[in-house]
Design a protein around this ligand. Sequence first.
Ligand code: KG4
Ligand code: ZN
Length: 383
Amino acid sequence: MARKADEPLVLGIETSCDETGVGIVRGHTLLADAVASSVDEHARFGGVVPEVASRAHLEAMVPTIERALKEAGVAAKDLDGIAVTAGPGLAGALLVGVSAAKAYAYALGKPLYGVNHLASHICVDQLEHGPLPEPTMALLVSGGHSSLLLAPDITSDVRPLGATIDDAAGEAFDKVARVLNLGFPGGPVIDRYAREGDPDAIRFPRGLTGSRDPIYDFSFSGLKTAVARWIEAKRAAGEDVPVADVAASFQEAVVDVLTRKAVRACKDHGVEHLMIGGGVAANSRLRAMAARRCEDAGITLRVPRPKLCTDNGAMVAALGAEMVARGRSASSWDLSADSSLPVTETHVPAEDHDHGHEHGHGHSHTHDHDHVHELSKKNLYES
Ligand code: KG4
Ligand code: ZN
């Protein structure tokens, strides 16, 4: 406690998808978490419309920053730095956040930290459960990403072990909800229906769990199709669709695969701590099954509260504060938004522009982007 005042005071801005998030932290302490969401504007389209999201960020940015400063009770001049999501995400949406962060940082004379969205999703847990153990295994599951990441150092060393090869986990929830006419976003409502249903009623497929399949990758597209076919067959036969049983059985298939692979990754790598983040981490069955399987395997489970799991500015501020605390270098004024920033680039330091990466992975653009980067929900023209 005595050192509190020395800990870095950082404001973080997140605009990678449909939430305009501004958070303020001091070290590991959350001071403000202001979020303006445009989710209602996208609902009638059944997915996020990039242009609508960008416009909403632009309108929400300044008021949300002011709200966060007021909520935290701090003056902008006292900040030690401004952090912003540099990627991955929707290009136009990211650009609004990066431009705002640069403008504030430059005007206030503060260092600017362009950070990685996925690393931020992991780092946010420090605000809830204290310093992250090193290494930590992270399962990130949202409408835009489903990844298994090994994080020996959240500020400089995050390694992708696996990711979805098609739909993200949240995207599968959204698509199944659409088939069941339950509205968007689908996760929360499926979670609710599933409580009344039987998870063993229908045996839906578990993607990529065969002995020859990649161990840590995910696939939810086949599951989604299997659910849609099952529902179609019921309807064609003139029978009622047992919504609760379908929801419970579908959810069980997703959660079974996610937890099985996450625990396996921990065991294989000798990691004793698993964190789960992203919007799908709010799922009650995922939390329960992960808790049970982790306990059986002697793994400590860390899941932040739902508001910190979904996209927010506090997670960006949390990672920014860690960058400051560990003396990582700031970004330059020509920081740009990178819609496919690889997860291995935890932040975008100024030196990175013309020299190799500080960990010797070579130049940033030689990384395998596709493996760790899925934003399929974010492009609704795909589905
Ligand atoms: O992290 P997030 O707010 O935004 C990004 O996609 O980045 O995640 C939203 C996703 C949506 O697909 C939504 O359906 C899903 O998280 N979700 C849930 C639950 N709450 C939100 N999925 C399953 N169960 C939930 N309780
Ligand atoms: Zn996210």
